[in-house]
Design a protein around this ligand. Structure first.
Ligand code: ZN
Length: 489
């Protein structure tokens, strides 16, 4: 027995030494090169002004079931027509019930086109602690403030500005270049559905689609001090499950055992405690860590760069140390709504909780719902499942479109580490899987952690220099990708 323990210990020490040597060898430093993009002070001010003007228009998404009113969207589009006269006069324009699709025809009709997208709608701004009026578009302290400044009007402004500049410079794309902007991403992306249906009907397929998603963020991963550009290559699904408990109702002065809310509470506690979804590290997640590892501090590099050894440890530790850790490894379940009787002294004859599930790639919507059903049955509960969807497809991270974007980012933002990213939220872009294999969810804009936290919250804002970089990046990317020198490698 002693001998077995000794051998096991010896093997572990040897493996640890191998891992440490590998970690030391893989170490890379960020090389301070001159970025391939730059902007002037005048341009920076102009872009901020453009963004401010569209932030001022409260293009708030219609509520579920509410009639869509396009008045504000039309106002925003009128402003954009003035801001981008060349885009709106030279590109073919299709209005799809408020959602915009613009096509810049390429010289070679045999080449598949690329599409840049971003939504016009914003979530409401009902929080009380806004420093500036959320629809003032205030430009202050080097930032543009307001609802939509980041999600997602900065993306729209950057993309349209880039194409406007390329048109002004007489650039002629080899392949078609599209701009798409929907009016209801925050509600479920029906505009994107209709846009994709239009493209399909025309028989149009695309080589690459770029939408919001990842951005350039510092402190993205532990032990990584360099800014990190995370390109979303897959997004989790989303679905709600309503779990209902029935009872006999009655007066609350003589409560029987196991009333509806008690059973629901047991169910909620059990699901929360057991976290019953399958844990698995998909390749995107391991690549996310492995690609960042060379730039991390030694202890993190040792672990992240040697997943062949430390993956089992990571599977246990990751969900415990980070809420993202759990979301990267499994379907998540958030209890978001609940209800019981209509008076404090009445036992409910029906009570419910709503579980918001984010199905993982390896455990799709149906399988994730089955897990919930199993626990619900145990507590004598009924399950209702309105429509939802599974996780998206995965864009090939070794494919040429991902690699090309990465290459452009390395040149434009040489101080950044570029990694693939598993998105826990959703975007319009998954709808484009029907016409494109390479959906890249990334907005080339630097964001602070405060700015990230302000997404769908109070005090949303974005840096002026960040959006100026964003414009220049899209311009650079289109120039390279749709330029005559582009070779499909
Ligand atoms: Zn968005």
């Amino acid at each position: 027995m002693k001998y077995v323990i000794l051998v096991a210990l010896l093997v572990f020490v040897v493996l640890l030494i191998i891992a440490a040597v590998r970690a030391e060898k893989m170490k890379k430093k960020i090389i301070r090169r001159k970025p391939a993009i730059s902007f002037t002070e005048e341009e920076e001010a102009l872009y901020a002004q453009r963004l401010s003007e569209i932030v001022k228009v409260p293009t708030i998404t219609a509520k579920q079931g509410e009639e869509r009113d396009l008045t504000e969207f039309r106002k925003m589009q009128e402003i954009m027509r003035k801001q981008y006269p060349l885009v709106f006069s030279k590109l073919e324009y299709v209005d799809i019930d408020g959602s915009m699709l613009l096509r810049w025809p390429g010289k070679d009709p045999n080449k598949l086109g690329i599409l840049l997208m971003g939504h016009q709608d914003v979530v409401p701004a009902e929080e009380t602690d806004w420093k500036y009026d959320p629809f003032s578009g205030e430009i202050e302290g080097g930032c543009v403030h307001g609802r939509g400044a980041m999600d997602c009007k900065c993306t729209v402004m950057c993309e349209f500005s880039a194409i406007e500049e390329l048109l002004a410079e007489g650039f002629e794309p080899e392949c078609d270049v599209y701009l798409a902007s929907s009016v209801d991403e925050e509600l479920g992306g029906f505009g994107a559905d209709a846009t994709v249906a239009y493209l399909k009907e025309k028989g149009i397929r695309l080589a690459a689609v770029m939408d919001e998603g990842g951005a350039i963020v510092t402190n993205q991963l532990p032990g990584l001090s360099a800014p990190c550009a995370s390109i979303g290559v897959v997004e989790k699904g989303t679905t709600h499950v309503k779990v209902i408990a029935h009872g006999d109702g009655g007066h609350s002065s003589t409560p029987p055992a196991n009333t509806p809310i008690v059973r629901l509470s047991r169910f909620v506690t059990e699901v929360e405690k057991k976290k019953p979804f399958k844990k698995h590290m998909i390749e995107v997640v391991s690549r996310m860590f492995e690609d960042a590892a060379p730039y991390m501090t030694f202890p993190m590099r040792l672990i992240m760069g040697n997943l062949w050894l430390f993956k089992p440890l990571m599977m246990v530790v990751l969900p415990k140390v980070s809420k993202f850790g759990e979301a990267f490894l499994s379907t998540t379940c958030a209890f978001t709504m609940s209800g019981g009787s209509s008076a404090p002294n009445v036992l409910p004859d029906e009570a419910y909780v709503v579980c918001n599930l984010r199905p993982a790639v390896h455990q799709n919507r149906e399988e994730s719902i089955e897990v919930i059903k199993k626990y619900a049955k145990k507590h004598n509960l009924i399950v209702e499942t309105p429509p939802g969807h599974s996780a998206s497809n995965i864009t090939d991270i070794d494919g040429k479109e991902f690699r090309f974007l990465k290459q452009c980012l390395n040149k434009a933002y040489p101080d950044c580490v570029v990694i693939p990213y598993y998105m826990t939220g959703g975007t319009d872009s998954r709808k484009y899987e029907a016409v494109c294999k390479n959906v890249l969810r990334f907005c080339p804009v630097r964001m602070t952690n405060q700015q990230l936290a302000a997404m769908h919250a109070a005090n949303e804002n974005i840096g002026m220099s960040a959006i100026a970089d964003g414009v220049k990046f899209y311009k650079y990317y289109v120039q390279q990708r749709a330029g005559a020198d582009y070779k499909a490698k």
